[in-house]
Design a protein around this ligand. Structure first.
Ligand SMILES: [Zn+2]
Ligand SMILES: [Zn+2]
Ligand SMILES: [Zn+2]
Length: 164
């Protein structure tokens, strides 16, 4: 964790920003909750435990700065709430998300899987891909295991078609 904070600090410095104690507290919360997809308000409540004097506006500005510097990615799962997701180190593109329509859980796929699709888009649309967002909506394996027989017979593909 300290090494990652160090690298983020250097990233900020290279763009002439300082890792102030308040920014550092925000980064620490993001690292501690790396698997979660926190809204600005979630982050604020957690940062407040470490730095009670901090305000929501400061946390919000820090998150926007981190987004600009590509330390975090901003994502919206269709509920109108912006969430902040720490960018995985060394990843060229954003990871994919599996959003469960039953329990609301969000799982991540770190593998890109889109190599062939990206080739077609770049070739046929002459579009240089820099990044992408891919969110699958469906029923997670946990809900499928816990579900009643009706849900058990429902394939994940059907569930995805049901939404959007
Ligand atoms: Zn994520
Ligand atoms: Zn990709
Ligand atoms: Zn679920």
């Amino acid at each position: 964790m300290e090494q990652r904070i160090d690298r983020i600090k250097k990233q900020l410095h290279s763009q002439s920003y300082k890792l102030t104690p308040q920014r550092e507290a925000t980064v620490r919360v993001l690292l501690e909750h790396e698997e979660d997809h926190l809204s600005a308000e979630d982050v604020y409540l957690l940062v407040k435990e470490k730095a009670p004097e901090i305000g929501l506006a400061t946390v919000y500005r820090t998150l926007e700065l981190l987004n600009e510097l590509e330390v975090v990615d901003k994502i919206n799962f269709g509920d109108g709430v912006s969430r902040y997701d720490l960018r995985k180190e060394g990843a060229d593109h954003f990871h994919h998300h599996l959003v469960c329509i039953e329990c609301g859980s969000v799982d991540e796929i770190q593998e890109d899987l889109l190599g062939d699709v990206e080739k077609v888009v770049e070739r046929d649309w002459h579009f240089k891909i820099k990044d992408h967002r891919l969110t699958f909506h469906g029923v997670c394996h946990r809900c499928q295991e816990n579900g009643d027989s009706e849900k058990k017979n429902q394939s994940p593909e059907k569930a995805i078609n049901k939404v959007r």
